[in-house]
Write a protein that binds this ligand. Structure first.
Ligand code: NAI
Ligand code: MG
Length: 354
């Protein structure tokens, strides 16, 4: 019997609601398969920030480090500046544990309506490999001057080591898929960092002769993602470009509510962290409208990472089945079901496997 320890951070808004779904599904998994989860639930959130002045306690990262994986809902709430929630929790976790890969798969599912015409979007199935440790998200910079003479400067960091390891991860991922990597760049305008990116990605591609690699300016790539989403297999992109492209990918595929992500620490020290792409959605929080699929697909990624292949596959097919029918889909996908009804449906399919 495998025993797996999970740290759960529900966070704010619908993060809390989709974490309830995840717990129900994890219970169904341990009732059905040969695995036991020990779960530590942590109240780290903007609500905690209001109460204590910090998103997480001083020993927060040590607490997380004692677990096999971290599952996170979403953090952020009006009244707490977004950079506080991001830099006070998510970024320290990603950077302390070496989670340099942000993996964001996306698919057009059977039955799910998409804003892109079905003849263009059918069969879309790709993954965005986003650099998660450096790039445009940096603390280096500052503001000088006042009023109309005010100037802000922000530095990006692109290191050979970090570009190389993310490109390597993308190429290896493509080898287990359809063998095609598209590298997002903007080296025509961003002439230093993005040219280093291009050179290193080219070097890594040479080591992977079975992978075809094409380089595209991110603006053209964004247009292609809307016009020809089924052309994509693996996208490799910097922190900012990958963030934007993966939200676009989710929209093209129907809703940000279904998009999952994994923050992976391939070389340790770990643990890795799994979270839906969406935020805390204050506009729909507390109404039972949140689509839990982004979270549940993130649980699939977590189970795969923990080498629990059988429950991972069963959960993925239960998700596919729920998406086929508007009665088991939430409103963002044109359905009528609540968060709880989708969860019940998926949990019942898992329990049926017993
Ligand atoms: P958001 O993802 O929370 O919401 C964007 C839009 O998508 C909203 O209209 C929302 O109702 C809808 N939406 C999102 N998830 C959904 C779901 N599961 N089901 C149905 N509809 C869904 O992004 P927004 O509004 O920019 O950010 C809100 C807060 O969340 C901010 O404080 C932001 O900083 C935070 N945030 C946190 C993230 C994280 O924890 N990783 C990621 C993105 C935003
Ligand atoms: Mg984003």
């Amino acid at each position: 019997m495998a025993v797996v320890s999970l740290a759960l951070i529900p966070g704010d808004g619908i993060g809390v609601e989709v974490m309830e779904s995840a717990k129900q599904i994890l219970d169904a998994v341990q009732a059905t398969y040969d695995v036991t989860f020990t779960m530590t639930e942590l109240d780290w959130s903007c609500e905690r920030y209001h109460r204590t002045g910090a998103m997480m306690p001083a020993d927060g990262l040590d607490v997380l480090g004692r677990h096999d994986a971290i599952l996170l809902g979403a953090v952020g709430w009006p009244g707490v500046p977004d950079h506080v929630s991001l830099w006070g929790l998510l970024i320290p976790i990603r950077r302390t544990f070496g989670q340099y890969v942000n993996l964001r798969p996306m698919r057009v599912f059977e039955g799910v309506p998409t804003p892109v015409r079905p003849e263009l979007s059918a069969g879309t199935d790709f993954v965005v490999v986003r650099e998660n440790s450096e790039g445009e998200y940096s603390e280096v910079g500052g503001r000088i001057g006042r009023g109309s003479s005010e100037v802000a400067l922000q530095q990006s960091t692109f290191s050979r080591v970090a570009v190389e390891r993310i490109a390597e991860y993308a190429m290896t991922t493509a080898e287990s898929r359809r063998g095609h990597v598209r590298s997002a760049t903007k080296s025509n305008g961003i002439i230093h960092t993005m040219t280093l990116w291009d050179e290193v990605v080219d070097d890594v591609a040479v080591r992977h002769p079975d992978v075809t690699m094409s380089r595209e300016h991110v603006d053209a790539m964004a247009a292609r993602m809307v016009m020809h989403p089924s052309d994509f297999d693996v996208v490799v992109a910097s922190n900012l470009l990958g963030d934007i492209l993966s939200d676009l990918a989710a929209a093209v595929c129907g809703s940000i509510g279904i998009a999952p992500s994994a923050n992976l620490a391939p070389d340790g020290p770990g643990p890795s962290m799994f979270e839906p792409v969406h935020g805390s959605a204050p506009d729909i929080a507390g109404k039972g409208l949140a689509n839990p699929i982004g979270m549940l697909w993130s649980v699939v990624l977590m189970l795969e990472h923990l080498r629990l292949q059988e429950p991972a596959a069963a959960l993925m097919s239960a998700i596919e089945e729920s998406l086929r029918d508007p009665r088991t889909r939430t409103a963002d996908l044109g359905g009528t079901a609540s968060t709880g009804e989708v969860t019940e449906f998926v949990a019942a399919l898992l329990l049926k496997e017993r």
